[in-house]
Ligand binder design. Structure first.
Ligand code: PLP
Length: 382
């Protein structure tokens, strides 16, 4: 989810990157200048792989230049072909990674409680060509991982999670990134944890990590041996050094996100016609986004009217995920035939607004946003 609109300095954006004080980054840069190792698995790259595995509570991690290259490479690593079942309610990179591998995405509807792929609707979309399921833990709220794995096991399918929103999310103390065959993170500037751009694949064993490490470096297994038509997906030392510094600040940033989210929920709980998502109580969520749903007919303004009203006050909320991926021209006709129209995803996409949530949001800005929504809620419907 890339924030492309240029905004005036006084405006409030849906997100703003976590950036530690500049002076804290200088020593890292001095080390890079000294070593002159800028990329190709340098010391910061090695350090960040280890530090992230420890922090996230996973065994193996392969760092990437960005999340999209990690998704494309994850599909290559598992030799996925044919059709892959996925969600239309996501950032477009999820499906683009399939098209870049000449794989046909098959869109299945979502569950209105989580906004994630609805496990009850997956089986009807499986055909002899299906080789994998690619769900998204949308907004960082975990999918029904057990039911999805059960279906995958029954039909011999791989599961690759687009876990771009899922940094640090745990269920009953266990990282949600441990599920499926592979999980893919994004460290884009707009995400909870960023390395300017960046990404990673979480893998269950050293063997698949080795294959992914070859694939992200042109397929080189050693100086003179190329074992696969790999790509250049490597994370550089600048990104990795920034990641090491970010890790020192991430817990504080997650705590601020939680406070902001709880303030929104509390202040808006009594407003008729709007609702929020609630992850299960056993989930340690990262509050990556603050999706709010406007129920037409119950709230006096439509979703788009509230969007425009906030914008008029310099508050740039985003309609993640509208339009649905399946509405973009290159994806028309890819709904599973059992799933024509994707009614739940369409409804969620029509009603969602993501409110600003990030570590730089001030209390005054948040109060202003809340006040605008409360004022709008008491407008008499014409
Ligand atoms: C951000 C995002 C990506 C792409 O990650 P990049 O690091 O920007 O390439 C993929 N999927 C989802 C769901 C995302 O939000």
């Amino acid at each position: 989810m890339n924030n492309s609109d240029p905004k005036a300095a006084s405006s409030v954006l849906v997100t703003s990157p976590l950036m530690p004080p500049l002076e804290e980054f200088i020593p890292y840069l001095e080390n890079i200048w000294k070593s002159k190792q800028l990329t190709n698995g340098g010391p910061y790259h090695q350090a960040l792989e280890q530090a992230l595995a420890d922090y996230l509570g996973v065994e193996h991690i392969c760092l990437f230049a960005n999340g999209t290259l990690a998704l494309v490479t994850a599909l290559q690593a598992l030799r996925i072909t044919g059709e892959v079942i996925t969600t239309p309610y996501s950032f477009v990179a999820t499906s683009h990674s399939l098209l870049w591998n000449d794989i046909k995405p098959v869109f299945v509807d979502i569950d209105p409680v989580t906004c994630n792929l609805d496990p009850a609707k997956i089986e009807a979309a499986i055909t002899p060509a299906t080789s994998a399921i690619m769900p998204v833990h949308c907004y960082g709220i975990p999918c029904d991982v057990e039911r999805i794995q059960h279906i995958a096991d029954n039909y011999g399918l791989k599961v690759i999670y687009d876990a771009a929103h899922c940094f640090a999310v745990k269920q009953e103390g266990v990282s949600v990134l441990q599920h499926g065959d592979l999980s893919v993170l994004s460290f884009h500037a707009t995400k909870v944890f960023n390395t300017f751009e960046g990404g990673a694949i979480i893998c269950p064993d050293a063997k698949i990590k080795r294959r992914i490490d070859y694939l992200k470096n042109f397929g080189f297994a050693d100086e003179t041996t190329v074992v696969a038509p790999g790509i250049n997906g490597k994370m550089n030392e600048f990104q990795a050094a920034f990641g090491m510094l970010q890790l020192k600040h991430i817990d504080a940033a997650l705590a601020v996100r939680q406070t902001i989210y709880q303030n929104y929920r509390q202040a808006l709980a009594h407003i008729h016609g709007i609702s929020f998502l609630a992850p299960q109580e056993t989930t340690a969520w990262n509050h990556a986004y603050c999706p709010m749903f406007i129920h037409e007919g119950l709230f006096p303004l439509s979703r788009d009217q509230l969007y425009t009203e906030l914008k008029a006050h310099g508050i740039f909320v985003r309609r993640y995920f509208y339009p649905l991926i399946s509405a973009f021209p290159m994806y028309r006709g890819y709904e599973s035939s059992a799933e024509a129209n994707l009614p739940v995803a369409r409804k969620m996409a029509q009603s969602v607004l993501c409110l600003p949530i990030h570590p730089n949001l001030s209390a005054a800005e948040q109060n202003q946003i809340i006040a605008i929504i409360i004022r709008a809620s008491s407008v008499n419907a014409a």
